[in-house]
Design a protein around this ligand. Structure first.
Ligand SMILES: NC(=O)c1ccc[n+]([C@@H]2O[C@H](COP(=O)([O-])OP(=O)(O)OC[C@H]3O[C@@H](n4cnc5c(N)ncnc54)[C@H](O)[C@@H]3O)[C@@H](O)[C@H]2O)c1
Ligand SMILES: [Zn+2]
Length: 693
């Protein structure tokens, strides 16, 4: 936030132009292109420049003006409607309180602490208790007449409980629920969705002749004529005034968890500020800060007001919860129960100190309701612990390069049809989806390689209730298989034999078959080689796992927690003799390993014709290697003591280049790396080739 000193005079002019443009859009219909944090930082930079160069202050500058000078009106206010000064930390708040105390020559008699509602200020004039006129804040001295919208504003009664002449002042906003509803209505009418609630409230209050109505909510926080603001004619304290307003029938924040509270000391004020800030995410409406006001009318009258803001109140701003970023992609994840949920991939953006790269989009209907496109600039919302969500696109910012979001036509996990009958899409296999997909994966060629257990068979087994997880595959009996449709004696025996073979697959393949996130084929092999047994892998903590080359601490933690989740399955697999093979670990002997040969064995796998080689395989294999998959090639490399990798780098020492080798070959040539064709490579490894499988 300390870009203040960095403005040059050219930057100053640009900053003023950007800020006034943003403020004009913000106060007109809410269609700003800046997040509030960015706007505030810009204005602070402008103010800092102006302080250093008072003779250069531009007339256009937003500083010192209500609404940054961007809003206007033609109906004069009875008493100016001012803005609020801001503080951004508890320390600044304490400084502000101290300066007010100095100005008064005594400590204020008490404080009122209330939520800073994130909407727009309005003045509502009542005559003999009947609502006559509603005005926007405008430039603070005059506002616009928006009486026509009053009927859509909850909490702003047409008639008060008493026939008083009063002007209520307060904030009009869209609650979170009203915002969702508003965008549903908007898109149903072919209108652009609101980017965020404040935006929607601004647009709605000033709109005329809409073919639909959008409900808003009013919260009163002041009044003229009953003894509020600068007037000392009536209520002795602000908190008493708020009670009176509620009694008249106006909605106030008193009914919410963040209710205004009188505090006797600055320490108490700070505590209440923290409390309200802490409940922010749980409130049903947005707040962008907490307002602290001197509570006694006498203190307020003595402190008075400047041209932009009163001196007896201040806003302790909270970090913005809305930020603008770009929607890069939409991913579709299938949950345990088969729910197919879209997730937004975002250009990373920091919201309230947390970097956000993903956000929920709830469901496909949600995407349609918001009218999102790939490449859109979007408002993202994050508060407290809630999962960040994409609120809406900034439609005015579109360049024409945005692409429609493609919805999956089939379950992204198992390929089955999708049940689109409800708002939340589901794989029509429901809970079985996960079982089917994980069995198909585990039986795949690069994992357990169980011939005869393809997708049709996996579906059949799961749907017949014979298999719920991988361990069940190893309990299948001949009778069970024969009971299935289209399953003859020969295929049954072949399948049972294939399952039997799979029981003794090498550890790396069994590990890979579990589908643990972060463990692809080569990583599984490396982990297996490092630890030597499933028991040792399961006993490893994140630190021990991170010792495996290429894992890193984050992935190590993920693998540990996923393995822990799988522990019931792993126990059963062990009982069934799957993955129980033990090899000498390459890891230095830990306390678990028995002492003895461990020291020597650490070097064992480095032997072989490829010892010390970093090998990349590319192009299609021919000759004796023709039948090997890429994974089998990599296994071969590692059996022969080398290290397999998928991309050519300076560390690569050998490239096996088959037909159509392409760019990896070019790169290896550039780097002067040794290149062998598949036949030469096969000759080198003659002793290690798989015996005809
Ligand atoms: N994103 C943008 O492009 C953009 C542009 C202009 C302004 N803004 C935002 O608006 C802010 C400035 O706007 P502002 O002048 O309306 O000031 P403000 O919103 O910071 O504070 C003053 C306003 O707070 C409101 N308020 C809410 N709860 C209140 C309560 N309990 N008691 C008293 N007042 C309460 C009132 O409407 C009052 O007018 C900036 O800090 C910025 O965050 C953003
Ligand atoms: Zn599915």
């Amino acid at each position: 936030m300390n870009n203040a000193a960095l403005l040059s005079s050219g930057d100053y002019a640009d900053a003023v132009a950007t800020a006034t443009r943003a403020a004009a859009a913000y106060y007109a219909d809410g269609t700003t292109t800046l997040g509030d944090d960015e706007y505030d930082a810009l204005v602070r930079a402008i103010a800092a420049y102006e302080q250093a160069h008072p003779e250069e202050v531009s007339e256009q500058s937003p500083t010192g003006k209500v609404a940054g000078g961007a809003a206007e009106g033609d109906v004069p206010h009875s008493v100016p409607m001012l803005s609020l000064d801001n503080v951004f930390s508890g320390e600044e708040l304490a400084d502000w309180a101290a300066s007010l105390e100095r100005r008064l020559g005594r400590a204020p008699a008490g404080w009122c602490v209330e939520p800073k509602l994130d909407g727009l200020a309005v003045a509502a004039r009542y005559e003999a208790g009947a609502l006559r006129q509603v005005l926007t804040r405008g430039n603070g001295l005059a506002g616009e007449d928006i009486t026509h919208t009053a009927g859509d504003v909850l909490g702003l009664p047409a008639v008060l409980a008493e026939p008083v002449d009063v002007e209520l002042r307060g904030e009009v906003l869209l609650t979170h629920a009203q915002f969702e509803r508003a965008n549903e209505i908007r898109t149903a009418h072919g209108a652009v969705p609101f980017a965020n609630p404040r935006n929607g409230a601004a647009g709605t209050l000033r709109a005329k002749d809409r073919p639909y109505r959008i409900e808003l909510t009013f919260f009163a926080y002041d009044a003229v004529g009953l003894g509020g603001a600068d007037g000392a004619d009536g209520a002795p304290t602000h908190s008493a005034l708020l009670e009176r307003l509620a009694a008249l029938g106006a909605n106030t924040a008193a009914a919410t968890a963040a209710a205004p509270q009188r505090c006797e000391s600055v320490a108490e004020v700070q505590r209440r500020v923290e409390e309200i800030a802490g409940m922010r995410a749980a409130l049903p409406f947005g707040i962008d800060g907490v307002v602290v006001k001197a509570d006694d009318a006498a203190d307020r009258a003595q402190a008075g007001s400047g041209s932009r803001a009163p001196r007896w109140a201040v806003a302790r701003k909270l970090a913005a919860e809305h930020k603008v970023t770009r929607l890069l992609a939409v991913e579709w994840a299938v949950g345990r129960t088969g729910v197919i949920a879209p997730r937004a991939v975002l250009e990373p953006v920091v919201i309230d100190g947390v970097t956000v790269s993903f956000a929920t989009l709830h469901n496909p209907a949600d995407i349609e309701r918001r009218g999102l496109m790939l490449g859109d600039r979007v408002f993202v919302y994050r508060a407290g612990d809630v999962i960040p969500r994409v609120e809406a696109p900034l439609v005015e910012e579109r360049t024409g390069a945005e692409q429609p979001i493609v919805f999956p036509a089939a379950c992204p996990r198992c390929g089955e049809a999708i049940d689109t009958g409800e708002q939340r899409w589901r794989c029509s296999r429901g809970r079985n989806c996960q079982a089917v997909a994980s069995i198909i994966y585990a039986a795949g060629r690069d994992q357990l390689d169980i011939e005869g257990l393809g997708s049709t068979r996996a579906v059949q087994l799961v749907e017949a209730g014979l298999v719920r997880d991988l361990a069940d595959v190893f309990t299948l009996t001949r009778e069970q298989l024969l009971s299935l449709e289209r399953m003859g004696a020969t295929s049954t025996d072949n399948l049972l034999a294939a399952i039997e073979t799979a029981r003794s697959r090498p550890l790396g393949r069994v590990l890979c078959a579990l589908g643990v996130r972060g463990t692809g084929r080569s990583m599984s092999r490396r982990i297996a080689a490092h630890f030597g047994s499933m028991a040792a892998i399961r006993a490893a903590d994140a630190e021990a796992l991170a010792a495996v080359e290429g894992i890193g601490p984050e992935k190590a933690r993920l693998v540990v927690s996923e393995l822990a989740e799988l522990s019931a399955l792993l126990d059963r697999l062990a009982d069934l003799g799957v993955g129980t093979q033990v090899t000498e670990p390459t890891a230095p002997a830990g306390p678990v390993t028995e002492a003895g040969e461990a020291g020597e064995s650490a070097e064992a796998p480095a032997a072989g014709p490829l010892a010390g080689e970093a090998v990349v395989v590319t192009g299609s294999m021919t000759g004796p290697l023709a039948a090997l998959s890429r994974n089998e090639m990599n296994e071969l490399v590692e059996r022969a003591g080398g290290k397999a990798s998928s991309s050519v780098s300076k560390r690569t020492t050998l490239l096996v280049a088959g037909e159509k080798a392409g760019s990896k070959r070019t790169k290896a040539e550039e780097l002067g790396i040794r290149i062998l064709d598949p036949e030469q490579f096969a000759a080198l490894l003659a002793d290690h080739l798989p015996t005809a499988a």
